[in-house]
Design a protein around this ligand. Sequence first.
Ligand code: SAH
Length: 346
Amino acid sequence: MIALDGPITVERYMALCLSHPQYGYYMTRDPLGLEGDFITAPEISQMFGELVGLWAAQVWLDQGAPETLQLVELGPGRGTLMRDALRAAAVAPGFLDAVQVHLVETSPVLIARQREVLARAPTSCTWHTALETVPPGPMIVIANEFFDALPLRQFVRSEGGWHERLVGLAEDGSLCFGLAREANAEITVAGREGAVVEWPMAGIAQMRGLAGRIARDGGAALVIDYGHVRSGLADTLQAIRNHGFTDVLAEPGEADVTAHVDFAQLAAAARSAGAHTEPVITQGAFLRALGIDARTAALSAAAPERATEIAGARARLVDATPEAMGGLFKALGLRHPAAPALPGFG
Ligand code: SAH
């Protein structure tokens, strides 16, 4: 494509790497787990999905226990989070009777996996390729490690202004980064030469869509991902393969190409669509507030032979060390502006 038509934007490159119908990374494989390329919180421990499920049930109660509730998950991976969430949320009387589950997923491989895992779910489950087809009504949206996989634009500061970062071909035929000739006048932030600004247009569009529906029909959303609370000037594009970092341009379609989530931009998009946002906190703080320590103790008491493993999983989810997720990962909660404050956010 580049040889025929010239360089493409980073956004287009990322979209093709992940979602090309034939060669896209997510379209051709299940990337999760030990045998895969990376592991996510619900795959580390059942406690993650359970606490998210209890969170959803509490939000439903706090918002007056509406008779029907669309429980929506964006990018559900293997379906593990939803399975664990529904099992835990069954303790809230009436919740499962109200809930209709909607899974928004584009990967045929992962849809097949989700259908298997959720085959005996206690509620109806419907699959969608976009949020737009989920029926109207009060809605609770869960998105874990979804926004990092949405393509984003990058601009690099040089003399004349901010130039869009492109992917082109080097003389030896390998892929290389370059810059658009014309500066982009829409980017107005200040930055030193060489600074990179990221514009997550696809993420902002997704966020506006879901926040607009919550502002209209009621409900809430929980977004958990790696990223930063304040916008910065940095290149966060990365590629992961086989549990380690690899060159973003080296193996298109064979590695998970993602970027850190800019929670400030996402929260601003949610507010501009009419939703209320809670202050962004770390995953560690969120899970502790929801009771992960009590759950760790209960699971360990029920299975003492697994206590070390359970404590290890808890540490991985909650600790703020570089190897763990508790500090790098953040939680963003949004809700209908008239609804009570969301559980877990302080
Ligand atoms: N939430 C899961 C999986 C995270 S991986 C977990 O925590 O384990 C990212 C997920 O988002 C995958 O299921 C991938 O197929 C899906 N995905 C990526 N881009 C998408 C898009 N544009 N629309 C819907 N799903 C998408």
